[in-house]
Design a protein around this ligand. Sequence first.
Ligand code: ZN
Length: 400
Amino acid sequence: MPKLVFILLVLFTCRLNAQEHCATDLENQLEQLHDEDFANGINELNKLSEEFEQLMTPSRNGFKEITIPVVVHVVYREEENNISMEQIKSQIDVLNRDFNAENDDIEKIPEVFRGLASSAKIRFQLADKDPYGNFTQGVTRKLTTLENIGTETLYHQSNRGGSDPWPQVHYMNVWVCELEGNTLGFALLPGSKMSERDGIVMSPRAFGTMGTAVEPYNLGRTFVHEVGHYFGLRHLWGSDDESCSSTDYISDTPTQLKENFGCKSFPTYSCPSQPNGDMFMNYMDYGNDSCMLLFTQRQVELMQLIVKTNRSALFHSSGFTGLDQLQTPEVKVYPNPSEGVIHVEYSNGLPAFVEVFDVLGNLVYRHLPQSRIELLSLEFLSKGVYTMRTEMEFTQIVIQ
Ligand SMILES: [Zn+2]
C-alpha cells in the first residue's frame, strides 16, 4: 500500500475512533495531507513559532487592542441544536472575558503561576456587516440532513449540506454543528496559507453557557481553547508523542508529558525537570471548564504576533460598520541610499518583522524589531535596490 494512502487510512481510522475532546491536531494533520499549500503554511507557522520562542524577548509592547468580527454558522439537523442568539452571545461574552484576563476565578490560579496570567488585548464581536455590505447579526442558520457534519469535511460547503464561510481573511468563522463521538471542537491553525476550512468547529454541547451546553463543558472554555489554536497556540504537551522534549513553542508554560483531564490539584507532576509541575489550569490543557483559568504572557504574545502576521487582514476587516482599526506601523529609514548601515525608526508600534527582498523577490534578510529606533547592518548585501517590508509597508532602499 502506498505510504500516503496508509497514513490517510490511519488518520481516518483515528478520526472514527476519536475520543479526544479537541480534534485540532488530527484535523490539521488531515488537512496537510489534502492540501500542499496549507502544509507549507504550517511549516512556516512552525518556523515562525520557533523564531518567536528562541529570539523574541518578552514584554514587547505597542500592541493596540483589536476587535475581531465573528460569524457563527449554526448548522443543525435537530431543532434543539438550532441554538439561540442568547446562547451564542453567552459564548462571545466568555471569550471576551477570558481573552482579556477579566475572569473572577483568576484568583484560583496557584500562586507560582498567577503572575503569568495575561490579557491578549483581543476582543470579539458578532459581525454587523456581511460580505455584501448588508446589516447582519453575525449568525447564519442552516438545516442539514447530514449526521455529524462537523466531522465530515463538508460543514463549510453550502451545496453539500454545510454553510459557506464568509471571507476568512476578514471574519473569524465558527461553525456550531454535530461532531462525532466525544469531540467538542477543533480549529484550523493559522498557516501563512489558509485552509479553505479555516475557522473553528464546535459541538453545541460545548458552546456557550446555556441551552445545549452540557456539564462539565458548559462554561464556554472549550471555545476559548479552540480560539487559542486559531491564533497559533498548541497544546501544552506539544505533539502527542508523550515525551517531555516536545514543545508548545512557549517558554513560560512548563513542559508537560500529556493532557490533564478534569480538575487536578496543585501540584501535579508529569515531567521531572519542572519544579512546579504541570500548568493544568491553562486554557491549552484539557481540564473541565471550571478549572481552566489562564493564558500566559508568552502565549498572549504569540497570539498577538499571529494577529500581526498570518491573520493581519483582520485589522482591515470590513465586518463592522463604521469601524476603522487600521493602524499600520510606519517606518523611516536613513540614510537612504546608504553603504549598508541604516537607522530604522518605527512609529505606531513595533512591526512584527522587518524583511528585505532583492529585485527578484528573494528574502535576503529578516529581523525581529526590539526597539523604536534601531541600527541595521546590511553591508553583506551587494550594491543595488532592495525592498524593505514591515507588515503592510513597503520601502525601497538603495545600497551603494
Ligand atoms: Zn486543542
